[in-house]
Design a protein around this ligand. Sequence first.
Ligand code: SF4
Length: 179
Amino acid sequence: MRNSLPVVNLTEATFECIFGRGCDGICCQNGRPPVYPDEVERIDAHLEKFLPHLRPAARRLLEKKGYLSNRRKFDLPMLRVVDSWCVFFHEGCVLHKVGAAEGDAYRYKPSACALFPLAKNGNDEWYVRQRGYENDKWDLFCLDPKASSIPAAESLQPEIALAERFTREQEAEAARAAS
Ligand code: SF4
């Protein structure tokens, strides 16, 4: 079933993730996603099961100083980087791998990572990140609209479904707060 979430450039956008097929996951290189309080709570509650999968240096730093840095984005703490890669990166995202093994790849990932390459523009509308669109300069292969002919409307079904779920949850939360 197609998702109904409005995504402004969905009809023209293309997207293909080639992780493991020529891409080593460079979207996680120096990846410092902001993390919401409920995401921090979820990661904290399950931290023990991520630790054995981390790079040794990342595990050492995490055990000494935690996985959040002092940097902030949108007033949220950001994940640490160890040796130029996100603290949770080890031949792929450890949070993704553990979640996928349990049946939901998005269970533990910060929403900023889980929704990639979806983002919101200044009008609070969802769009697919593409190099050059909305002045996006990130030099990733997958953001080059000419790199693949696969329509984002097909390849991004799970991310769009997730964005749709987040939007519904936010609307429900706002309605509860207003009542
Ligand atoms: S949390 Fe996972 S997907 Fe996000 S930057 Fe870190 S390793 Fe990459």
